[in-house]
Design a protein around this ligand. Structure first.
Ligand SMILES: Cc1cc2nc3c(=O)[nH]c(=O)nc-3n(C[C@H](O)[C@H](O)[C@H](O)COP(=O)(O)OP(=O)(O)OC[C@H]3O[C@@H](n4cnc5c(N)ncnc54)[C@H](O)[C@@H]3O)c2cc1C
Ligand SMILES: *[C@@H]1O[C@H](CO)[C@@H](O)[C@H](O)[C@H]1NC(C)=O
Ligand SMILES: *[C@@H]1O[C@H](CO)[C@@H](O)[C@H](O)[C@H]1NC(C)=O
Ligand SMILES: *[C@@H]1O[C@H](CO)[C@@H](O)[C@H](O)[C@H]1NC(C)=O
Length: 330
């Protein structure tokens, strides 16, 4: 009896049927089936948490618009295949944006970005990193509320999204105005405060991969000019002072233009050669040219490196946080 049930489930869950269908319906430009395809290799090996590279999708699809996503979801549903949706792959959890023996929907070919000067609304597709978006909107003197590190992707905002600008404008999802969403049944709908408001509510922090695939974000953009920002690098001996300064910043800072991000890291510093393997890297960002004494408690602690100074917005995000290395071979 149970072997019959499992046999039927096995028939239902057929990733190769889904991949065959997708290869013929989307075409080979938008489907990678071979593990030797460079696109497949790149999609599989570009997770921030390198442990996730161990998962082997049966195929990877690269939709170019909502219609492609809709088609992929319909085929996945009809074949019962497993699947995952991947933007920039910075979620650290197993199977959130990775899949073993199923269809991986890689959104990184959807990189459209627009700005409407009349409404000041920004519209972007899900495949860019935050750094790409900040670089693009800077030409208009604007930015969007998103991640604090360059390489992180737009999936961040579906889970809320903490930005250096959050003390002023809220979480990234608070700037959502209208979303184009492909529902699990393949329907393409709009979610906003007036259309499908419950769906809109859920997508503003309910987490990625929860209600459908977002194929377009229209958000309120924000003005941005010259910032005072940079990093302070400390040796770990000062950890208690750093923790105290962070606590005091949280307790006493009243200026919403000031933001910090503290990182205790195992650092690989090939071009710095400081002989360190552990350190604290502070990111300090002031949305304006004069921070007053907002960061004085941090600069008072002896540091190894201080890059604070005038910056354009993407600059403070450019530092790459080292990838999490796989704990061992699998
Ligand atoms: C180095 C680093 C720095 C970080 N910095 C910050 C930070 O400053 N602020 C902060 O709030 N968080 C931060 N995070 C956490 C980050 O928000 C999450 O890891 C987030 O999931 C990353 O989104 P992604 O698009 O890069 O990842 P992915 O793993 O590609 O996607 C994340 C999740 O969302 C789903 N998803 C992605 N796109 C869509 C879509 N269009 N429609 C439906 N589902 C989708 C995926 O299936 C997955 O479950 C950071 C993480 C790292 C590793
Ligand atoms: C792919 O699957 C869809 C949905 O089940 C179906 O309508 C379509 O005919 C299939 N196409 C191919 C080429 O197999
Ligand atoms: C950190 O703060 C605690 C509590 O206020 C204090 O007791 C401690 O001496 C401080 N540590 C340093 C290194 O300043
Ligand atoms: C710095 O820390 C002290 C407590 O040690 C606190 O009184 C002060 O407000 C802090 N400064 C800022 C700008 O947060």
């Amino acid at each position: 009896m149970s072997s019959l049930v499992f046999g039927l489930l096995g028939l239902l869950e057929d990733p190769s049927a889904a991949c065959r269908n997708l290869t013929s319906s989307l075409g080979i430009e938008r489907t990678a089936v071979s593990p030797l395809d460079l696109r497949y290799i790149n999609s599989r090996n570009s997770y921030w948490n390198q442990k996730l590279n161990a998962y082997a999708p049966a195929c990877v699809v690269y939709p170019e618009d909502a219609q492609d996503v809709s088609l992929a979801l319909k085929v996945i549903k009809a074949t019962g295949s497993r699947f995952a949706i991947k933007a920039a792959g910075h979620n650290t959890n197993d199977l959130f944006s990775s899949v073993d023996d199923g269809v991986l929907i890689d959104l990184t070919h959807m990189t459209g970005k627009y700005y409407d000067e009349h409404t000041t609304l920004a519209t972007y597709e899900p495949g860019s990193s935050w750094g790409d978006l900040y670089d693009f909107y800077l030409q208009y003197g604007r930015t969007v509320v998103g991640g604090r590190i360059y390489d992180v992707g737009t999936g961040l905002a579906l889970g809320g999204g903490m930005s250096y600008l959050s003390p002023q404008y809220g979480m990234a999802c608070d700037s959502f105005r209208e979303l184009e969403v492909v529902l699990p049944n393949g329907d393409i709908v709009t979610a906003s405060s007036t259309q499908n408001p419950d769906l809109f509510f859920g997508l503003r922090g309910g987490g990625g991969n929860s209600y459908g695939v977002v194929t377009k974000y229209t958000v309120q953009s924000r003005p941005i000019g010259t910032l005072y920002a940079g990093n302070l690098l400390y040796i770990l001996d000062h950890h208690e002072k750093i923790l105290n300064a962070t606590r005091d910043f949280i307790l006493y800072n009243q200026d919403p233009k000031a933001a910090i991000l503290m990182n205790f890291n195992v650092l690989t510093t090939p071009d710095l050669d400081l002989g360190l393997d552990q350190a604290c890297l502070m990111f300090l960002v002031y949305d304006g040219e004069d921070p007053g004494d907002a960061f004085a408690n941090f600069t008072a602690i002896p540091y190894l490196l201080n890059t604070l100074g005038p910056k354009t917005y993407p600059q403070p995000c450019r530092q790459r946080v080292p990838h999490r290395r796989a704990p061992g071979r699998r």
